[in-house]
Design a protein around this ligand. Structure first.
Ligand SMILES: *[C@@H]1O[C@H](CO)[C@@H](O)[C@H](O)[C@H]1NC(C)=O
Ligand SMILES: *[C@@H]1O[C@H](CO)[C@@H](O)[C@H](O)[C@H]1NC(C)=O
Ligand SMILES: *[C@@H]1O[C@H](CO)[C@@H](O)[C@H](O)[C@H]1NC(C)=O
Length: 419
């Protein structure tokens, strides 16, 4: 057998036939902004014009994304969540935006967002009504998909409220087909498993064939308890969900709440680090017009974003837990590794953690190069299997680092690269 054939056989064994939705999108975890966690269903434009769900809000966010370096950092999608439509469909049965809050209509908003080099996301629901009680898409999948395509929308978040759970799979698959039929590439963000878990274990093969990312667990809140509950859920279900992530389809642990009110800076670092380890979509929900410089710097940290967007596209997992520490590891391209060490002890000061004890440290045989990314950038140099490196981790904070294997036999590496 030729070396190439052997490699292909090995690769196919490592990647069971989990085919992603074939729309050419989400080859890396989606990056952007989504209104829900911060702005919710605020429709009161009379007394709160700056924060209500209106075309103005998305135009201002798009402006900020260009002006403040977000687009440059990789954040691309400006996404509308629930509460944008009128309570009535139009005479042709099509969804229409609330006329008072979106006087220009969605097509014009999409044009505006596109003119800034960004993309527009919209929201609908697989059932009879959206979670906030606006018209749902049940019975209108093709009409709604075509409407979104006609408006030049780039992403659809499709919620799962108000539908009998036995119909969820059918509904999500039908909408996926309807989107495909429009001929426009529209990134498809699902909540199918979230609504199915209470009744049965979701079929992640089918979900990956249907959606570009999928929510598994509760909505994120602006609190450390919420972040911890999402991490706990993810770790305790990692055997069933991690294998389904890869280019074209990702597990979605919900929005980044960094830059809001509820998390300390260490906790914000923990969310950013762990969302990168989980290969999660990086959809911020915050107010880009008013965000503290430290939060902005964290969200735009290119070294963390590089981990999130690593071309290997493998989701990381929790590899160890004990003494109120958790270790999460994510395999990266070129045999590199990202490691996050989370200190869950919410009392006292920074605690030491011996990093050479983690499972992935085996790449340090014979040598590796270690770079600390959080809580601060620091090149820790060449290390070996025996190195006694102690990391200091703040309460509810995370140390994030990358480990790059170094072979002493440079000739051999050269031979491998050119094979
Ligand atoms: C529709 O699906 C086919 C087959 O999976 C794929 O080749 C094509 O690119 C898809 N089109 C769009 C617009 O997603
Ligand atoms: C899961 O979905 C896949 C793809 O649609 C299908 O082939 C498979 O039979 C399903 N598995 C179960 C247990 O239903
Ligand atoms: C280790 O990594 C740092 C940061 O990427 C780099 O500057 C340095 O040259 C590397 N050292 C070795 C020996 O590879």
């Amino acid at each position: 057998m030729s070396k190439m054939l052997l490699l292909l056989v090995l690769l196919s064994l490592l990647n069971p036939a989990v085919e992603a939705l074939d729309n050419g999108l989400a080859l890396k975890p989606t990056m952007g902004w989504l209104h829900w966690e911060r702005f919710m269903c605020n429709t009161d434009c009379d007394t709160d014009p700056d924060n209500c769900i209106s075309e103005r809000l998305y135009m201002q966010m798009a402006d900020m994304m260009v002006k403040d370096g977000w687009r440059e950092a990789g954040y691309e999608y400006v996404c509308i969540d629930d509460c944008w439509p009128s309570h009535e469909r139009d005479a042709q049965g099509r969804l229409q935006p609330d006329p008072k809050r979106f006087p220009g209509g969605i097509k014009k908003l999409a044009d505006y967002v596109h003119s800034k080099g960004l993309k527009l996301g919209i929201y609908a629901d697989v059932g009879e009504k959206t979670c906030a009680g606006y018209p749902g898409s049940l019975g209108y999948y093709e009409t709604d998909a075509q409407t979104f395509a006609d408006w030049d929308v780039d992403l659809l978040k499709f919620d799962g409220c108000n539908l009998k759970w036995t119909l969820l799979g059918d509904g999500y698959i039908k909408m996926s087909k309807a989107l495909n039929k429009t001929g426009r590439s529209i990134l498809y963000s699902c909540e199918w498993p979230l609504y199915e878990w209470p009744f049965q274990t979701p079929n992640y093969t089918a979900i990956r064939e249907t959606c570009n990312h999928w929510r598994n667990f509760n909505d994120v809140f602006d609190s450390w308890i919420s972040i911890k509950s999402i991490l706990d859920w993810t770790a305790s279900h990692q055997d069933s969900i991690v294998p389904s992530a890869g280019p074209g389809g990702w597990n979605d642990p919900d929005m980044l709440v960094i830059g809001n009110f509820g998390l300390s800076h260490d906790q914000q670092e923990s969310q950013m680090a762990l969302w990168a380890i989980m290969a999660a979509p990086l959809l911020m929900s915050n107010d880009l017009r008013d965000i503290c410089p430290r939060s902005k710097e964290l969200l735009q940290n290119r070294r963390i974003i590089e981990i999130s967007q690593d071309p290997l596209g493998k989701q990381g997992y929790r590899s160890a837990k004990g003494n109120s520490f958790e270790v999460w590891e994510r395999p990266l391209s070129k045999n590199r590794l990202a490691v996050a060490v989370l200190n869950l002890q919410e009392i006292g000061g920074p605690r030491g953690f011996a990093i050479s004890g983690v499972a992935g440290w085996k790449v340090c045989d014979p040598q590796c190069n270690v770079t600390l990314i959080l809580p601060e950038y620091k090149e820790m140099g060449v290390q070996t299997k025996e190195s006694k490196l102690i990391l200091k981790v703040n309460p509810s904070g995370t140390a994030l680092l990358t480990v790059t294997p170094i072979s002493k036999d440079f000739g051999r590496i050269h031979w491998k690269d050119t094979d």
